[in-house]
Design a protein around this ligand. Structure first.
Ligand SMILES: [Zn+2]
Length: 364
């Protein structure tokens, strides 16, 4: 007598996912924490596919597929639920069509290569744009950029060459509701050079300012909805980069905050002897990927996050008191631990602004 679908489903669900993984020919995974991580059997990659043996589930970030042992069989074999049951617990015990499977994998690999080439081209164009913007910008001293920072209490002893100014700069972006990227604003802007670990400019950080109200950013509206848009925009590839407000020397302390205003406030108000100040652009760049949500444990496979240059002896991350403390803390810890994993001799710490305040509030 044929077993009911329900019986077969329960039998299939009882199969350990690692056993199913082996039978399905999923290979090349390595242990990472409680999971096995590696290329997706369908779309490839390096670390987008994971199996959690304890929970008996899998996930592919790119395919956007995940689930239990049966879902895994459906994913790998590109079949429906009933065929997946046939494979896992028999009845007809169908052969896998190896040729169809190989053809599907080949197609996925080709699609992946195409996507990667398109992404690389897109990145290259963004970096080119960033360098063109930087080349158009003039030194910031004596401009509305200087007045903007002064309006926020930030006055440098020596103006950092990494901060420039463009008097009439277009903001081009595709905000929600807009059919395509277009100019949403035009005006004076503070331009920060984002340098990659090798020191090359790969992106610019743009802040549009309101020249009539020193210290205020421009009021920019989404042309489609009328909603306020952030007055800041990064163009280029910021990965692992920073805006360098000073030069790192052997044995120095590196102080890093998320934004220009935060970091520069710490520089002018809280100058540490022998310290250099760099802007980390955003918490994601400063932290890199974590092993699990808000664990504070860096995923060391992520090679695109910021790490301090080898000359740095002490790393201080600035934590503003006005951001969500749990996720912020976890990100900062992940970043500091990443730095310590790379250089075990480095001293690493977090400096906090009082609750509800950021570092710029402290100097005003
Ligand atoms: Zn996949």
């Amino acid at each position: 007598m044929r077993r009911s679908v329900e019986d077969r489903m329960n039998e299939a669900k009882a199969i350990p996912i690692l056993e199913a993984m082996e039978r399905l020919g999923v290979a090349g995974l390595h242990n990472l924490g409680h999971e096995k991580v590696g290329p997706c059997p369908v779309c490839g990659g390096k670390d987008r596919f994971s199996i959690n043996p304890t929970k008996g589930v899998f996930n592919c970030r790119r395919c956007d597929r995940g689930g239990d042992v049966i879902a895994l069989a459906e994913h790998v074999l590109a079949c429906d639920f009933l065929r997946a049951l046939d494979f896992l617990v028999g009845e007809a015990a169908p052969e896998i069509d190896q040729r169809a499977l190989e053809a599907r994998r080949k197609k996925a690999r080709e699609a992946e290569a195409k996507r990667e080439a398109a992404a690389a081209e897109f990145r290259a164009r963004a970096v080119e744009d960033a360098r063109a913007i930087w080349a158009r910008a003039v030194p910031g001293e004596g401009t509305a950029a200087q007045a903007y920072l002064a309006g926020r209490g930030i006055r440098f002893d020596a103006w950092p060459p990494s901060l420039r100014f463009i008097a009439d700069h277009p903001m081009i972006k595709k905000a929600p509701g807009m059919p395509r990227a277009a100019q949403v604003h035009r005006g004076p802007a503070l331009i920060g050079a984002i340098q990659n670990p090798q020191g090359r400019i790969t992106a610019v950080h743009q802040t549009w300012i309101d020249p009539r109200q020193p210290g205020q950013k421009a009021d920019i509206r989404n042309p489609a909805t009328g909603e306020a848009l952030p007055a800041k925009l990064v163009r280029g590839s910021k990965k692992g980069g920073a805006i360098r407000l000073g030069k790192v020397v052997d044995g120095c302390t590196l102080v890093m905050g998320e934004g220009i205003e935060t970091t520069a406030s710490a520089l002018v108000a809280w100058r540490q002897p022998g310290a250099v100040y760099w802007v980390g652009i955003d918490l994601g760049n400063m932290a890199g990927r974590q092993k699990g949500r808000n664990t504070g444990l860096p995923d060391l496979e992520d090679g695109e996050a910021f790490v301090p240059p080898p000359e740095v002896a002490k790393l201080i991350y600035l934590q503003d008191g006005d951001s969500d403390p749990t996720t912020t803390r976890a990100k900062l810890l992940a970043g500091l631990r990443r730095a310590m994993a790379q250089n075990p001799d480095i001293e690493a710490m977090i400096a906090c602004a009082p609750e509800g305040k950021d570092f710029n509030d402290l100097i005003n």
